[in-house]
Design a protein around this ligand. Structure first.
Ligand code: 5AD
Ligand code: SF4
Length: 438
């Protein structure tokens, strides 16, 4: 039996897909290279914005086409749309057999078995079916891992950002016991991971008794073989001095941070229930740069939140310029069912949202181009991930999370994958850097 998983959404979901694969492989499945050769097709879905929801629903329908040739194929909708729509998925996409929410992946092999044996359909949703705070972790597998690995430290979200559907599809915040995290970290590193990314919806709100997120970062930094530590996604409200002080002080903590701001207008931030001001965000950014001058900051921006005026939007542009983001994901506001903001009129006209989005793109493009231009002539440390854009090149990321394609001196691509290599940057391209091994 073969499994194919298509992933949408955030890094949390990318990690969840790896877990789904592991669970199924342990149950005897092999991984298929394409949907055409798979017996079980999984859409690991995202619903954070309306567009993501549509993508997941249409992908489930598209994968269902495989059933025309092979009736026995099963289509699974997993992830956030599964948790949001539950059994309604079957009304939306009749070709779907199984619906499984983000906290129920352990049950997937049994669900598949059940449907194969008895026919019909199955759905599992709701949070923490097993023990409370049950986390899918990586089990000792003895296999050599990729040099970069994810590590879940908490799940769910208890913030109440008015526009956001995540708390309702991922449940309330649950922090994982630190002994489990440190144990899994040690295992991942012993299996070859050199870069770890700590995951959680508001990752820096992590707490295990007295152990704060800042302490956790310090503990991780003690892992001798670990070279790079990252975390995503933090909330500005939990950027304590203790966490800020880790940047520039901890050997492994990379000089880059994705810190979603959403808006630069205090009025909009208040209505979004973000519970910080633009000034607080500026202070955090300044604090980070004090300890780590060269830190690369990126963010998320929502344009066209209900009631956003031109003046509000200009505040956002001003903040973007002042902080000097090296990159940003920006989105037009879209109403998510069941969220507090769904009660508000989505009153910013589509055309205005589109213009604001284009403006944000323009500013961010300019800022990110200048951030890349600063790297020309520098020698940077690259964690090599694979073959590069052009023949003879390899590709990887710097500590600032910039993509570098470079020509190796002597070693082959295979020898370099997973290695930290120094490269001299010669050129900055629209989304990456180019150079050669130093
Ligand atoms: N509309 C538009 N963007 C949204 N995001 C979350 N909810 C919405 C919404 N309803 C964006 C935020 C968040 C990112 C993951 O998605 O910017 O940080
Ligand atoms: Fe999408 Fe949010 Fe779910 Fe991640 S947690 S997959 S961003 S809805």
């Amino acid at each position: 039996m073969k499994l194919f998983v298509r992933t949408f959404g955030c890094q949390m979901n990318v990690h969840d897909s790896e877990r789904i694969e592991e669970i199924m492989v342990r149950a005897g499945y092999e991984l298929a290279l394409s949907p055409a050769e798979a017996d079980v097709l999984v859409v690991n879905s995202c619903t954070v914005r309306e567009k993501a929801w549509h993508k997941a629903i249409s992908e489930a329908g598209r994968l269902g086409i495989q059933k025309r040739r092979r009736k026995e194929v099963l289509v699974v909708v997993a992830g956030c749309v599964a948790e949001q729509e539950k059994e309604r998925v079957w009304k939306l996409v009749p070709v779907v057999d199984l619906v499984v929410g983000p906290d129920r992946y352990k049950e997937l092999p049994a669900m598949v078995e059940e449907v194969r044996r008895e026919g019909g359909r199955a759905a599992r949703h709701g949070f923490d079916a097993g023990q409370p705070g049950d986390f899918l972790s990586t089990h000792a597998s003895g296999k050599r891992r990729a040099a970069s690995a994810f590590l879940t430290v908490m799940k769910g979200c208890s913030e109440q950002c008015s526009y956001c559907i995540v708390p309702s599809v991922r449940g309330p915040r649950r922090s994982r016991p630190s002994v489990d995290i440190l144990g899994e970290a040690a295992l991942l590193v012993s299996e070859g991971a050199r870069e770890l990314t700590l995951l959680g919806q508001t990752v820096n709100s992590y707490r295990d008794g007295e152990l704060t997120f800042g302490r956790l970062l310090r503990e991780m930094d003690q892992l001798t073989l670990l070279q790079r530590l990252r975390f995503t996604s933090p909330h500005p409200r939990f950027m304590t001095q203790e966490v800020i002080d880790c940047f520039g002080a901890l050997r492994t903590l990379c000089e880059s941070l994705h810190l979603p701001v959403q808006s630069g207008s205090d009025a909009v931030l208040a209505r979004m229930k973000r519970r910080y001001t633009a000034e607080h965000y500026r202070q955090v950014a300044q604090g980070l740069r004090r300890g780590c001058e060269d830190i690369s900051l990126t963010t998320d921006i929502i344009v066209g939140y209900p009631g956003e005026t031109d003046a509000d939007f200009h505040e956002t542009l001003r903040l973007i310029e002042e902080v000097g983001f090296a990159g940003a994901f920006s989105f037009k506001y879209s109403t998510r069912p069941g969220t507090p903001a769904a009660a508000l009129e989505d009153d910013v006209p589509e055309q205005v949202k589109a213009e604001r989005l284009a403006k944000v793109h323009e500013v961010i493009e300019r800022l990110s181009a200048s951030a890349r231009a600063l790297e020309i002539g520098r020698t940077v440390e690259v964690l090599v991930e694979g073959k590069g854009r052009n023949a003879g090149q390899v590709t990887g990321r710097t500590r600032k999370n910039q993509i570098v394609n470079f020509v190796p001196k002597q070693r082959t691509v295979e020898e370099l994958i997973g290695q930290l290599v120094w490269a001299k940057v010669r050129q900055a391209l629209p989304h990456s850097l180019e150079g050669e091994e130093a």
